[in-house]
Write a protein that binds this ligand. Sequence first.
Ligand code: HEC
Ligand code: HEC
Length: 257
Amino acid sequence: MKCRVLLPSVGVLGLALALALARPQAASLPAQSSTQSSAPKNNLQILPKDLAWGELIETMETFSRALGVHCEHCHVGQEPRWDFAADDKPAKQIARQMMLLTRDINTRVPTAVNKAPGAAAQVECITCHRGVVTPRQLGDILADTATAQGSAAAIDRYRELRAKYYGGQSFDFTENGLIALAQRLNASGKTDEALDLLSLNAEFYPKSRRTYDAMAQLYGQRHDTGRAIKALEKVLEIDPDNVDAKRQLAKLTSPAR
Ligand code: HEC
Ligand code: HEC
């Protein structure tokens, strides 16, 4: 569901309001009780003050989903006693700034891509947040953890995030993520950490040729011929016709070395 209210066009907003009115009073909405639906919206600073209740709650649910949080992340109180108008929580105030930022981006996008307003794709909270409060890439999170606390901590973090978010859009858990991170760690001299993360990748992707390829490179780089050979053998087990691996293996095992 889009943050419709963030769109500049009055026409779209009108349509959104019509849709909101057409929606049945969904009993499943978290804050949809009779007292609250008649409560005044007295502290709207960004959203239109006359915004229909249904549309307001829909926007709030969009925020919550985008960040992977519940109402209480930004609002004081709890069911059934909320004070939605209060600005006590810093997250609510940040969210207002974020609404402006998102609106600002969306105002500039059509010009940037030479499209009529309304024809260009819109940035939404979820575009950046992808279901998490702090929208960072998995590789950045793990690189920081590995640098500050070592690879065991980075591996724990990966397992934890994977258990929680795998299958969603929050983080890239494909085979390539940890390989790219390993290369990055190696480039900054952290070869041990890089190799630990490649082993972790092999655990989740035992058929990943690229993982063993990368291991072979790193072992080769530190002249650990025995382990480099083992990794290349693994590459050939997965991909028997791999010419590169055959060539490298021949080189490492040749007596002339
Ligand atoms: C990411 C932060 C965030 C989350 C999560 C969030 N809200 Fe809000 N909410 C806001 C902000 C910001 C405003 C004020 C918007 C403005 O100033 O135009 C607001 C305003 C409101 C208001 C109007 C209050 C008033 O009287 O001014 C209600 C009602 C509300 N939220 C309900 C909810 C409900 C219900 C949820 C959970 C489904 C929720 N919100 C989740 C940030 C959030
Ligand atoms: C262009 C990308 C982008 C968009 C769009 C965006 N955000 Fe954010 N948001 C960020 C980044 C980056 C941070 C974290 C900055 C930091 O803390 O390091 C953040 C932080 C926040 C936080 C503070 C996190 C916390 O600890 O509670 C809130 C709340 C928030 N965003 C709400 C929103 C809402 C609501 C929207 C949509 C109206 C939105 N954001 C749209 C990039 C974005």
